[in-house]
Design a binder for this molecule. Sequence first.
Ligand SMILES: *Cc1c(COP(=O)(O)O)cnc(C)c1O
Length: 368
Amino acid sequence: MTAHDRATGILSIDLDAIADNWRTLAAHAPNAEAAGVVKADGYGLGAAPVARALRKAGCTTFFVATIDEGISLRPHVNDARILVLGGVLPGTGADFIGHQLIPVLNSPEQIGLWSGFAAAGGRPLPAAIHIDSGMNRLGLDETAVELLAADNRRLDGIQPVLVMSHMACADERDHAMNRQQLDRFTVLADRLGVSAPRSLAASSTIFLGADYHFDLIRPGAGLYGINPMPDSPNPLRQTVRLHGKILQVRDVDTPRPLAMVPAIGSNPRAGSPPSPAVTPMACSGPWAIAALVSSGVKVPVVGRISMDLITLDVSAVAPAHVHAGALVELIGPDHDVDALAAEAGTIGYEILTSLGRRYLRDYSGGNT
Ligand SMILES: *Cc1c(COP(=O)(O)O)cnc(C)c1O
């Protein structure tokens, strides 16, 4: 029995499309370096294969979330910079140095730790410095910036390689917060007085214009094909296809034959309603796009999409095509990750990260 036989679904990942998306995003910010964000195991698609493909395309800076992600990634991109968004924790300094990882310092405490570590080792250590420009999550707030501006010995031993911030509402082009965060980032970065390249833009922010690009862009979601500007056509390529296997067919106790396929994850987000009892509805499900691979027929979904199971009305398909193990296309050219996310009441990031854990990953491309 092969892994393909055992899998309840197959996630086909197109590394060339991911590399193309990186090039497209980079081309939108021609004066900035384009990094690649591969946190959460490359948004569920595999940090190592994704980063190797991006490295071949020319990407030399990667962001991960945790030190463990950085340690796992290191051997796959030997000559690239790896920045750890979560920053340094007590006791992890030697791991950062041993694996040549660069922390993103998010607080005065992290700055103190890193500076102390540099002093102990007797040599300067690179770090990015994260300013909170309004996201109210990670990063130095105004008080912390003032503290450092007033006493820059606190930065002793730290060799700043980036001053960065993260946007809260960039996927809404006209949100007033965008300009405010841009201005606040500029003011606070100037106040900090550290001379280093600057970075503000994740995927969506890249599309707010050149003012937002600074010296380095940090796309994640866009690399994987998630639409950075949900109100505009997606400029990026789809990178995944998902084929689920029919687990079971019910045609005795139901007015219409129904096929059950595994769905998209196991952690419903708040707001995703539970799947109601399967009651065949008129063929106007929330989407009518799952296609039985062997027959090419598109079939409607019955009831709601749950994270665990999707029920399809297969009455339009010749019975010979409908059997346990038959493949159904759940994500593909006609029905992308964003569409599935909208139907499941979640976001593309959540869909991708849950898919990658659940299904067999099947890679193509990645050599150019
Ligand atoms: C996740 C993350 C990114 C990438 O964001 P996308 O919206 O997925 O492009 C960039 N910067 C930081 C700090 C992040 O946490």
